[in-house]
Write a protein that binds this ligand. Structure first.
Ligand SMILES: NC(=O)c1ccc[n+]([C@@H]2O[C@H](COP(=O)([O-])OP(=O)(O)OC[C@H]3O[C@@H](n4cnc5c(N)ncnc54)[C@H](OP(=O)(O)O)[C@@H]3O)[C@@H](O)[C@H]2O)c1
Length: 318
């Protein structure tokens, strides 16, 4: 198999860093990875994780998904501008009541998460179409198919990504291109910390008391528990992404977190859309104790399965 060129955005941390490092360190050296980030001063973690692949199967380049020139310069610096696989990963989150968020902040999220992808494709898609070859892999989210309390703008940006890709996917078949939306649930990365810390700083004075209580005492109080109980590692998401990239017939959608699947299934189970909304409402406002107990139960199960896995490993060595 000829070596494939992979361009990944947002590789300074988290999922992008994990995918870049995993693909660059592929045993069979199937990938030449262009790992990009908007600020090259943040390259240290990737350099450390990528190890000896740097300068061989990995190059680090500057790319800001909010700047057309930076995208063009980056693509033009790649031999023949040939990108076989694009992994559009760069993104940001935002939580809080909309009455406390400025339109500027909201536009920034849309500009990064949605228009960032559009800018990339405007530059890369024409070449892929000409070559009738290419795979566009987009790190979306379960929030691209289902809204979550106080994630209104973030979910909207991921819904936009999903609608955009679903429309493009029809045209893509004509040009023999693949598009895949990777939909992780909670992933333990810088994202989770940044979003939580920003959430703590939200000026809630524009919201009524009930909304303020809901955000502070329900949403923020449960935030970390959800990540601890249901969260995946970035490396796990990278493993899923590698499987998708190397598969002969990649799917259009791929969810990475089976613990979250029961929630997203509700969306598909009721075309009226009431089932997931009612379920979330009851879970958050009526059955919060059961919800908490379930999270703790999942946490315990995960801890036990990890323990038995470790014990199994020790036994094998003996
Ligand atoms: N963590 C989760 O729970 C989760 C769940 C589902 C989906 N996702 C999605 O996964 C993707 C990666 O997130 P992550 O969890 O790995 O978070 P992360 O560790 O915060 O990584 C986000 C990356 O995007 C970069 N980025 C932000 N704005 C950019 C811009 N304008 N141009 C280029 N790069 C930019 C960041 O760069 P800087 O370091 O310069 O800010 C960083 O490298 C995002 O699209 C996110 O929506 C995350």
């Amino acid at each position: 198999m000829a070596q494939k060129t992979v361009l990944i955005t947002g590789c300074s941390s988290g999922i992008g860093l994990a995918i870049a490092s995993k693909l660059a360190n592929d045993d069979k050296k199937r990938f030449m990875v262009y790992a990009t980030m908007r600020n090259l001063d943040k390259r240290r973690d990737l350099v450390d994780t990528a190890g000896s692949s740097l300068g061989k199967t990995l190059e680090i380049k500057q790319l800001d998904v909010c700047c057309e020139k930076s995208i063009r310069d980056c693509i033009s610096s790649i031999p023949n501008r040939k990108v076989d696989i694009l992994v559009s990963n760069a993104g940001m989150g935002m939580i809080g009541p909309i009455e406390c968020q400025s339109l500027e902040e909201m536009k920034n999220v849309m500009d990064t998460n949605f228009f960032g992808l559009v800018r990339l494709l405007k530059e890369i898609l024409p070449d892929m179409k000409k070559r009738k070859k290419g795979h566009i892999v987009v790190i979306s989210s379960v929030m691209g198919i289902q809204g979550i309390l106080f994630n209104d703008i973030y979910a909207a940006s991921k819904f936009a990504v999903e609608g955009f890709c679903e429309s493009l996917a029809i045209q893509a078949i004509k040009f023999k291109l693949n598009i895949t939306l990777i939909e992780p649930g909670p992933v333990i990365t810088e994202f989770e910390k940044k979003v939580y810390e920003e959430g703590l700083k939200v000026d809630l004075s524009a919201a009524d008391q009930e909304t303020r209580d809901m955000f502070t005492n329900i949403y923020l109080r449960n935030y970390k528990d959800i990540f601890v109980s249901l969260g995946q590692s970035a490396d796990d998401v990278a493993e899923h992404t590698k499987k998708i990239i190397t598969s002969d017939n990649p799917p259009f959608r791929h969810q990475t977190n089976t613990l979250y699947t029961p929630m997203t299934t509700l969306k598909y189970a009721d075309p009226n859309g009431d089932l997931p909304i009612d379920t979330f409402y009851k879970m958050v406002f009526h059955h919060d104790k059961v919800f908490h107990a379930s999270l703790n139960f999942i946490k315990l199960l995960r801890w036990r399965s990890k323990k038995s896995f470790n014990l199994g490993k020790t036994n094998n060595k003996e």
